[in-house]
Design a protein around this ligand. Structure first.
Ligand SMILES: Cc1cc2nc3c(=O)[nH]c(=O)nc-3n(C[C@H](O)[C@H](O)[C@H](O)COP(=O)(O)O)c2cc1C
Length: 180
């Protein structure tokens, strides 16, 4: 039985959303550029392979149990690998790791396979790569994946945490890297 079958009172609201018109994507992207966000590298390793990509769409969900979410574009090469491995690590970058952000965003000439040659990596509980210089790294097991629009929202149970050296973090705002 679907959620809407269990909540018939909400059927009208969902029909309204389905017929509603959204703003233009360009206007939305412009609006989003005004939101400052921490820069992370989402990594994974396991039977489906090793991969990592730069992401800002990361959010805390709950502390009972500790859960986070990451939004991964289904067109990104790393997304099916995260799903296949069922694990990921959220590595929150420090201010001086801008080059790692660019590398894992595919902005440099470094191939996908060679991305991990930049930085010092280890593992914690799940086997996903943990960046030693990260402000903080959250080692997660995927507990749910929800496809919404162009992205897969991956919910992860936090199994271990690494806190790197204290210092400023890397933030993306107004299409520029900034230090906070
Ligand atoms: C600052 C910044 C933030 C990004 N945030 C996300 C994100 O939240 N989710 C996502 O899927 N891609 C995001 N990207 C894009 C990916 O990093 C980029 O598409 C990358 O090349 C994907 O690599 P892959 O195809 O090897 O997985 C972001 C890129 C940058 C530069």
């Amino acid at each position: 039985m679907s959620w809407i079958d269990q909540h018939p009172d909400m059927a009208g609201a969902f029909a309204a959303v389905a017929s509603a018109k959204s703003v233009e994507a360009k206007l939305f992207r412009e609006a989003m550029s005004r939101l400052g966000a921490a820069v992370h590298v989402i990594t994974t390793d396991g039977s489906s392979g090793k991969a990592g990509l730069t992401a800002t769409a990361v959010c805390s969900v709950s502390d009972a149990p500790p859960t986070v979410l990451v939004c991964l574009n289904r067109n990104a090469g790393s997304t099916p690998i995260v799903r296949g491995n069922g694990v990921f690590c959220v590595n929150t970058l420090c201010a001086s790791d801008e080059h790692i952000a660019d590398t894992f965003a595919g902005r440099t000439k470094v191939s996908r396979e060679a991305r991990f040659e930049t930085g010092e990596w280890s593992t914690l509980a799940t086997g996903a790569p943990v960046l030693m210089s990260a402000v903080v790294a959250l080692d997660c097991r995927v507990v749910e994946v929800k496809a919404v629009a162009s992205h897969d929202i991956c919910f992860g149970l936090v199994e271990a945490i690494h806190s790197g050296p204290p210092g400023a973090a890397l933030v993306y705002h107004d299409r520029l890297y900034k230090h906070v």
